[in-house]
Design a protein. Structure first.
Length: 183
């Protein structure tokens, strides 16, 4: 069956278009489908760009943490002086790679309109916040206070705030489109 609004092919048993969200079988107008169809631009932006870009950034960050490349060639010296920092960096690096893989998996769950897709998105953002918080606490406990107190965590805190905002924005967005995620 093709959507009468945008022409996208859909499953014959589907109730709503997987592309634009328009009802596929309009029998009698209801308040919801008579007044408007739900826009899907944010959804497309999310699944075609945001989740891929986030996965790429998490993968790069994970590789940097695992290799120590963020220390500009001084990783051996830094890890010699602070050996616990190497363990923290390796742990965070592995988790960042896992988050990158989970981000791609989440993207495909959302793109397939799977029922748990939106919840997986929230879990993804919560995981990003959690690992950044673990890193801040870990660095603060591993390094001496005079060094850790002088470190600038503003970009990490900014990422945490952005992830929290994304959770609330997406909760609101997907709440209105709950009917699309039924598989």
């Amino acid at each position: 069956m093709f959507c009468s609004k945008c022409g996208t092919p859909n499953d014959d048993n589907g109730m709503y278009c997987t592309s634009c969200g328009a009802p596929l079988h309009e029998t009698q107008p209801t308040k919801t489908n008579a007044t408007h169809t739900l826009g899907m631009k944010w959804f497309k932006w999310l699944i075609y760009f945001v989740l891929f870009a986030g996965a790429l950034l998490n993968a790069v960050n994970g590789i940097q943490m695992l290799t120590g490349s963020m220390y500009d060639g001084y990783a051996e010296t830094v890890y010699f002086i602070y050996p616990k920092l190497q363990n923290l960096d390796k742990f965070v690096g592995i988790v960042c790679l896992a988050i990158a893989a989970f981000g791609i998996y989440t993207r495909f769950r959302l793109a397939g309109y799977k029922k748990n897709g939106p919840m997986m998105l929230y879990i993804l953002y919560i995981s990003i916040i959690a690992i950044q918080l673990i890193y801040i606490i870990g660095v603060s406990s591993v390094l001496p206070e005079e060094i850790s107190s002088s470190m600038d965590f503003s970009s990490v805190i900014g990422n945490m705030v952005a992830s929290a905002v994304m959770i609330f924005v997406n909760i609101s967005y997907f709440k209105k489109r709950r009917h699309l995620f039924v598989n």
